[in-house]
Write a protein that binds this ligand. Structure first.
Ligand SMILES: C[S@@+](CC[C@H](N)C(=O)[O-])C[C@H]1O[C@@H](n2cnc3c(N)ncnc32)[C@H](O)[C@@H]1O
Length: 233
């Protein structure tokens, strides 16, 4: 069965493994955090929708947020808390168990492509965002090229950092235009751009000569893309 959420519990020991399946998520998390502004006030809240093992946390250091995660899995929240996430709510992002307008920032990284209705989940994210707050997301486009890279190649290459086999279902990949329209109807116009790894970083990373692979912005949104917007006041 593809996209089985139990996989995240079975692989929970790999969240922070620098050679494990999830390491590329930490590279994408760094690019996500770069879009998060400094906290506008003491005690500002950042909600990390489907936070997994909390890979975003170190990249938020010094920004001044209380980092609240939401995730369905059993083990992810424990791992996230042990890596500094302030509080993790166990819950379904289809109905985020948080109040309207509670968040100064909402981030949704690499999760919309794992739910049946990503457009409704994006609207849920906009619901919990304060007017003037920032929404940052990244996900995978509903294209053949994305299917080729993310499933055919990444899930089958026997190399560190590749996605676990079966963790994606291409039928759930997310249409960029439809996603942007959904957010706009919920009061958050989004700017989209693609993200692509610096290919030249892979070999030095593999040889342990550099700590990570940098993600760079690209114009094409047809594989991995990021969207950023501010909720209209
Ligand atoms: C690919 S991981 C991304 C984790 C994290 N955002 C990151 O980028 O490192 C997908 C996460 O979504 C969570 N997830 C999947 N479906 C969910 C749902 N309906 N409600 C809450 N969490 C869900 C999984 O448990 C997993 O932690």
């Amino acid at each position: 069965m593809r996209n089985d959420p139990r996989q995240y519990d079975e692989l929970a020991g790999q969240w922070w493994d620098p050679r494990g399946h999830f390491v590329s998520l930490s590279w994408i998390a760094k690019a996500r955090a770069a879009q998060v502004p400094r906290a506008p006030r003491p005690g500002a809240v950042l909600v990390d929708v489907a936070c997994g093992g909390g890979l975003l946390h170190p990249h938020l250091e010094g920004k001044g947020y209380t980092h609240i995660g939401v995730d369905l899995s059993q083990e992810g929240p424990k791992v996230a808390r042990s890596h500094g996430v302030d509080h993790v709510v166990r819950g379904d992002i289809n109905r985020i168990p948080l109040a309207d307008g509670c968040a100064d920032v909402v981030v949704a990284g690499q999760c919309l492509e794992h739910v049946e209705d990503p457009y409704a989940v994006a609207i849920e994210c906009c619901r919990i965002l304060k007017p003037g707050g920032k929404f940052v997301l990244d996900t995978i486009a509903d294209t053949l090229l994305a299917r080729l890279f993310i499933i055919t190649v990444s899930e089958n290459l026997p190399l560190p950092g590749m996605a676990p086999k079966g963790c994606h279902d291409h039928k759930l990949f997310v249409n960029p235009d439809r996603l942007a329209r959904a957010c706009e109807t919920a009061g958050v116009p989004m700017k989209l751009r693609g993200l692509f790894p610096h290919i030249s970083d892979f070999l030095p990373w593999f040889l342990r000569l550099r700590p990570d692979v940098r993600m760079r912005p690209v114009r094409a949104t047809n594989v991995l893309y990021q969207a950023v917007g501010t909720k209209v006041a």
